[in-house]
Design a binder for this molecule. Structure first.
Ligand SMILES: C[S@@+](CC[C@H](N)C(=O)[O-])C[C@H]1O[C@@H](n2cnc3c(N)ncnc32)[C@H](O)[C@@H]1O
Length: 232
């Protein structure tokens, strides 16, 4: 099966339980990681933000809370994830988001449209990172910021932590997936995809290769995840 079909099936299958799974699997940590994304953003009035692979809207809702004048577009390839997000946004009294079902590798937006492009836990899932990074670069205004939150393959310095992290990744997460989301294989995919993702330093080079400047990354939670930032 090609990657895009696999990803579609994964998120069709988990959309209903996606948010609760995130809370359980990360022991709530994903909320803090997502807060960091938005804390790193400095808005002016009516800033235009594109949240790529925005799924159920966690980043968008945080942005709107921080800067109510922000014009937020959420783009995701999966309609089920977007539908969950739309319901969640309405429950959070956010009615002004623009929801767009589209592929990160071929964004249906004009050049130079956005002040910020965010992507949280999405870049790992696209078929071509280069295409997705190039598209984010294209739609950003000059000096626009690209902000990417992603898991990192761990480089263990501490053997006990390494054992615990492997056990948790390979045994506990798929088990939680099978009980809570009734889908073990999607969570096996999650664990595998994290191990296959480039290191922070390798991914920094990929971001630079499409043209971003001043690229930096900040590890969080002992490097389980990293925040990557670049400027157009
Ligand atoms: C792990 S979820 C992250 C959702 C949200 N950003 C968050 O942090 O909770 C990954 C999302 O990427 C979306 N996705 C995967 N491939 C994509 C692509 N090529 N273009 C756009 N979205 C994609 C999936 O549909 C899914 O909603």
């Amino acid at each position: 099966m090609d990657k895009s079909q696999l990803i579609k099936e994964v998120f069709d299958s988990v959309a209903n339980r996606y948010d609760v799974m995130n809370d359980i699997m990360s022991l709530g940590m994903h909320r803090l990681w997502k807060d960091k994304v938005v804390n790193s953003m400095h808005f002016t009035k009516n800033s235009k933000v594109l949240d790529i692979a925005g799924g159920t809207g966690d980043i968008a809702i945080r942005i709107a809370r921080k800067e109510p004048s922000a014009q937020v577009t959420i783009c995701d390839i999966n309609q089920n994830m977007l539908s969950r997000g739309r319901d969640k946004a309405i429950n959070a009294n956010q009615f002004n988001f623009n929801w767009v079902c589209a592929n990160a590798e071929s964004l249906p937006f004009e050049d130079l449209e956005f002040d910020y492009c965010t992507i949280a836990f999405g870049i790992r899932n696209v078929s071509s990172r280069k295409k997705a990074l190039s598209e984010a670069y294209r739609v950003l205004k000059p000096n626009g910021k690209f902000i990417c939150l992603e898991f990192a393959p761990m480089h263990y310095q501490n053997e006990i932590f390494a054992k615990f992290y492997d056990l948790y990744s390979f045994k506990v997460i798929p088990k939680i997936g099978s009980i809570v989301a009734k889908d073990r294989s999607s969570y096996e995919y999650l664990v595998k995809s994290i191990r296959e993702f480039p290191t922070q330093a390798e991914f920094k080079i990929e971001i630079e290769e499409v043209g971003f400047k001043n690229v930096e990354f900040h590890n969080m939670s002992y490097g389980i995840v990293a925040l990557h930032i670049g400027t157009k």
